[in-house]
Design a protein around this ligand. Structure first.
Ligand SMILES: [Fe+2]
Ligand SMILES: [Fe+2]
Length: 270
């Protein structure tokens, strides 16, 4: 039996600078499933490379695009599951977020529910780190609040934004201590910057303070890989508390649609 001829094109010899830097995998060689038989380069964004050695390879990656059969990644990255045309929050959880942040969010929401908290707090817990899960880690509370603001109660978005600052500061009156995990993450001598201190002080005087504080209290700082929590557990809460746009997240013309599109196509060159 003869096999059908393969459509696979042999990879180019990569320049030594890219190979030695371990960047081979940032160039997707044409595989059997590549419709147009072209190689696709992923140029990592400035937010991921500034301050790292990876920035030095921008020129070499750019030069690769000069090959006739090589283009930059635009649109669907075949390495990622394809998103539906009108993606819902659930699709980002299941098709884009990595297993660690996804489980972290679901575990936090479950703990909030087990503690008998209201749906606003459960919703805020479920969403509090979605920026880390799909977009950016630095300033994640602010990015996350912006992402969801058009779709949730104002109090939920506020709580997500303020957890960024509040998590660094203890509130013994409700049993919140500085997270042990942060001593590992940042070292025992880490002090949050002054603007974060001011943000936390202002948040403490706000009428919604406890909503955000409850996000920090139910934040699971130690990831337990043994516990799996299904998205279905929160389908009802999401249905009541997240206004899913009919056109899909990323396509509703909202002020934050581009941020959702960035999570759908995170490897687009421009
Ligand atoms: Fe967080
Ligand atoms: Fe968290």
């Amino acid at each position: 039996m003869s096999q059908p001829p393969s459509t696979q094109v042999l990879p180019h010899e990569l320049p030594a600078s890219l190979r030695e830097a371990g960047l081979d995998h940032w160039i997707r060689e044409p595989l059997d499933d590549a419709v147009d038989r072209r190689r696709r380069i992923i140029m990592p964004p400035a937010a991921a490379t500034t301050g790292t050695p990876a920035r030095d390879y921008q020129g070499a990656l750019l030069a690769e695009a000069k090959h006739d059969d090589t283009v930059f990644m635009m649109g669907d990255n075949p390495e990622l599951p394809k998103m539906p045309e009108r993606p819902a929050l659930r699709d980002f959880y299941l098709l884009r977020f990595g297993p660690i942040p996804r489980t972290h969010l679901l575990q936090s929401a479950r703990v909030a529910r087990e503690n008998g908290l209201g749906e606003k707090v459960i919703m805020a817990c479920l969403l509090h780190d979605i920026a880390i899960a799909g977009l950016l880690s630095a300033n994640h509370g602010y990015w996350g609040a912006q992402l969801v603001a058009p779709y949730v109660d104002e109090e939920v978005a506020w709580a997500i934004e303020k957890h960024e600052a509040l998590r660094y500061f203890a509130d013994e009156s409700v049993g919140y201590r500085y997270p042990e995990a942060y001593i590992d993450y940042f070292g025992p001598d880490y002090r949050p910057p002054e603007y974060i201190r001011r943000e936390a002080e202002a948040a403490r005087r706000h009428r919604w303070y406890m909503t955000s504080r409850l996000v920090t209290i139910n934040d699971i700082y130690s990831f337990d890989p043994g516990v799996t929590v299904g998205w279905e557990e929160f389908e009802d809460v999401v249905g009541r508390n997240f206004k899913q746009p009919e056109e899909g997240l990323g396509f509703d013309g909202s002020a934050v649609a581009h941020m959702w599109r960035t999570m759908i196509w995170p490897n687009n060159f421009l």
